[in-house]
Design a protein around this ligand. Structure first.
Ligand SMILES: [Fe+2]
Length: 328
């Protein structure tokens, strides 16, 4: 309850803000993916385009550039952008994204990375962020966009889980060592002051999945993970989490504060791991095959959202798994 009161207080002192961007067009279908090794073939984006998503979201590790000098990181992003099939996807689909460690700096790196503003410029160029966008002038690359009419509004929230991360706070009682204070204030406002009917929160690191030994994720910051769940529980929005990073795909869910939260992890566009560790929150199984995620939104007569998620093969678009649920 203490958390809830502090959220409400924070919300009340915020100036009521709109989302960072807004479109009157409704959002019915998006696709997302993560973990794309640019040295491997980049000819599979046509498979994603075949499904005509209205948005393509990079959920981290769009390229692997650990310890690269900046000119080589730039070349890695260019390699993806020069791919004919990626250019075709970009021409037909809105592209957005957030980073994870491997395109940001190197394995498990956070706020301590001293060239983070240089990578930020490369990354914003990579996803085509226009001049004047708020991300060019504020710290980090977190961002939101709301689509559609008020009674069927869909918001995409892209979290930045790298720029502000304080590794010294791992396992401590920190409330903002993972997202940073400014991003938390913004997130509270997005979910409480200006909620959409349905919100997709994109976090490169898995969020609800709380696994021992996974310090490079929300699991390393348990108080902050709890803070997110408390916030999501009091938001008027139906919230679904999308994540990457793991080199396998899975669905997980957790009950918290009277709501059920689903997390869809799609990871491994070009490569996957041989093993997937146990996850007590996992629904069904961990998919250790190359994948991207497709998400469809439908509305019932009471304007309640129904979400269908599927993990698909980048090779031919076939479904690896598919499930529908009503987020509450
Ligand atoms: Fe990765």
């Amino acid at each position: 309850m203490k958390f809830i009161l502090s959220f409400l207080f924070l919300a009340s002192v915020q100036v009521a803000t709109a989302a960072d961007d807004r479109s009157s067009q409704s959002l019915d279908r998006l696709a997302f993916g993560s973990c794309n090794l640019q040295l491997l073939s980049q000819n599979y984006y046509g498979t994603i385009q075949k499904f005509s998503p209205q948005a393509w979201i990079w959920a981290g590790d769009a390229v692997y550039t650990d310890h690269f000098p900046m000119f080589m990181r730039k070349l890695a992003f260019q390699k993806v952008k020069k791919s004919k099939s990626y250019r075709s996807l970009m021409a037909s689909t809105e592209v957005m994204g957030t980073w994870d460690d491997h395109e940001y700096a190197a394995n498990n790196q956070g706020g301590e990375y001293k060239h983070k503003n240089k990578t930020k410029k490369l990354y914003l160029d990579f996803i085509g962020v226009p001049a004047g966008d708020i991300r060019w002038s504020r710290d980090g690359i977190y961002w939101s966009k709301t689509y559609g009419p008020a009674d069927q509004s869909v918001k995409i929230i892209l979290l930045d889980t790298r720029y502000f991360r304080d590794k010294k706070q791992i396992g401590k009682k920190s409330q903002d060592g993972f997202l940073g204070r400014d991003q938390w204030d913004w997130l509270v406002s997005e979910l409480l002051v200006d909620p959409a009917k349905l919100t997709f929160v994109v976090s490169s690191s898995q969020l609800i999945s709380n696994q021992e030994g996974q310090d490079d994720s929300w699991s390393g910051y348990p108080e902050e993970r709890l803070r997110f769940l408390d916030l999501a529980a009091v938001s008027q929005s139906h919230i679904v989490i999308l994540s990457g990073d793991r080199h396998y795909a899975e669905l997980a869910k957790i009950d918290h504060g009277g709501k059920t939260f689903w997390e869809f992890t799609a990871s491994g566009m070009t490569h996957t791991d041989k093993k997937a560790p146990e996850n007590p929150l996992r629904v069904d199984f961990a998919l250790r095959k190359r994948n991207f995620g497709l998400v469809d939104v439908q509305w019932d007569a009471q304007n309640r959202p129904q979400v269908t998620v599927s993990a698909k093969s980048p090779k031919d678009g076939k479904d690896w798994f598919k499930r529908s649920f009503q987020p509450n």
